[in-house]
Design a protein around this ligand. Structure first.
Ligand code: PLP
Length: 427
């Protein structure tokens, strides 16, 4: 679709362009396989000499159509869907890293990504240096090694709500000849398009705002096409030297700007197989059609709730980058002036037990292990996602023991506030 369409139009129109007499709505290609007239034709697909579908573990038309929409929303050149956000972050890194390599990781990144890198990928021989995203350039520079292959951070960190200083991170990553990978799940392309600030690769847990209805776990990787892999050919040899599993294809030579996503699809997806089901991609596409309507409403509601909480005497602290006076307010204004996200965090006077008791009395906001969907929901990381940690460990991980992660939905803001108000009367 033409790049001149606005993001709102892209949410609705990008991806599926039916020809005369075809289904107006994106069809669900619920098929594992695809038929060919000759054996030779199918053989060419296996050699990557011809484009086409042959097995859904690698590619599927419904999935590809939705990937194309997300690609256009982010302003990239190529994208792929994965079965989860975890798989997206794993593939995004593993596509350019192998045993003996090193990654620079923001300390405030989502706990699942943190575990993926520091526990599971460590077992695969990939080491990490963890950096405080607020560090100055000099400190960040010290984290890089000869074998560093990428930097990974979040545009808005879950649940710390740290807004990334894109300019600083792009500068240090590029100074060391490596790409910056940014997980843009919380901001979404409606509020922030990291490629405009020089980010190279974007990942998403589409499970969150993109789906928007808590229906399907999913992920996406988008490539800006801007990182010059060939310039650092030796470092990124998986992209710049022959892949023997495809009769010696060199991804950068054969696929140009689409080299990174092509390799991730034909190599990682082939071998590791975290493809989403076409049904889930169909549902994700429905979510994407209203992303531009839902995200501003989430932000508007979150700001109202955050302002109300700030004034309440039972509330000890409120963290929302959209609030004036927040540590990340200026960065948020610079990189996401139309809004940040619908997630806020706060603590209550009296600490951890009071937070738990408050949550138990909420009626409209549900206690769920989820965030960023249409319905207001709430979670206490110290009791749920981080419950194996003691208070000291929690603070080290940037999670206050009393922190309530409150994901503001798109209901009426006054109703959400009334719910909080009634629950506060019990504490
Ligand atoms: N990235 C972020 C920012 C997340 O919040 C999450 C999940 O909460 C993930 C990645 C992992 O995504 P998924 O749960 O879809 O695997």
């Amino acid at each position: 679709m033409s790049k001149e369409y606005s993001i709102e139009t892209k949410c609705i129109q990008s991806g599926w362009h039916p020809k005369n007499g075809e289904s107006r709505v994106l069809p669900i290609y619920q098929s594992t396989t695809y038929k060919y007239e000759t054996s030779d034709e199918m053989g060419k697909l296996f050699d990557l000499e011809k484009e086409g579908y042959f097995y859904t573990r690698l590619q599927n038309p419904t999935n590809d159509t939705v990937a194309e929409k997300i690609c256009e929303l982010e302003g990239g050149v190529a994208a792929m869907l994965t079965s989860s956000g975890q798989a997206a972050n794993y593939y995004a890194v593993f596509n350019i890293c192998e045993a003996g390599d090193h990654v620079v990781l923001s300390s405030t990144i989502y706990g699942g990504t943190f575990n993926l890198l520091t526990v599971t990928m460590k077992k695969m021989g990939i080491e990490c240096t963890i950096v405080d995203p607020d560090s100055d350039e000099e400190t960040l520079n010290k984290a890089f090694q000869e074998n560093t292959k990428c930097v990974i951070a979040e545009s808005i960190a879950n649940p710390a709500l740290v807004v990334l200083d894109f300019e600083k991170f792009v500068k240090v990553a590029h100074a060391h000849g490596v790409p910056l990978i940014v997980d843009n799940t919380f901001a979404t392309p409606i509020n922030c398009r990291p490629f405009e600030y020089g980010v190279d690769i974007i990942t998403h847990s589409t499970t969150k705002y993109m789906d928007g209805h808590a229906m399907c776990v999913g992920g996406a990787i988008v490539d800006s096409g801007n990182f010059d892999w060939a310039k650092y050919g030796e470092k990124f040899h998986g992209l710049t030297t022959p892949d023997e599993s495809y009769h010696g294809v060199i991804y950068t030579e054969r696929f140009g700007k689409k080299a990174y996503i092509t390799k991730a699809t034909v190599q990682l997806m082939r071998d590791l197989g975290s493809i989403p089901s076409p049904m889930n991609s169909f549902l994700l596409n429905i979510g994407l059609e209203t992303l531009h309507l839902r995200v501003p409403r989430h932000c508007e509601n979150a700001l109202k709730v955050a302002k109300w909480l700030e004034k309440n005497e039972k509330v000890a602290w409120v963290n929302y980058p959209g609030l004036k006076g927040n540590k990340y307010y200026e960065l948020a204004q610079k990189y996401m002036p139309n809004g940040t996200c619908g997630v806020i965090s706060f603590g209550l006077k009296g600490g951890r037990d009071v937070s738990v008791s408050f949550m138990d009395h909420l009626k409209l906001a549900a206690i769920v292990t989820h965030v960023a969907d249409a319905r207001t929901c709430v979670l206490h990381p110290a009791s749920h996602t981080h419950r194996q940690m003691n208070d000291e460990q929690l603070i080290e991980a940037g999670v206050q023991p009393d922190l309530i992660r409150f994901s503001v939905g798109i209901e009426n803001a006054e109703d959400i506030i009334t719910d909080i108000e009634q629950a506060l009367t019990y504490i």
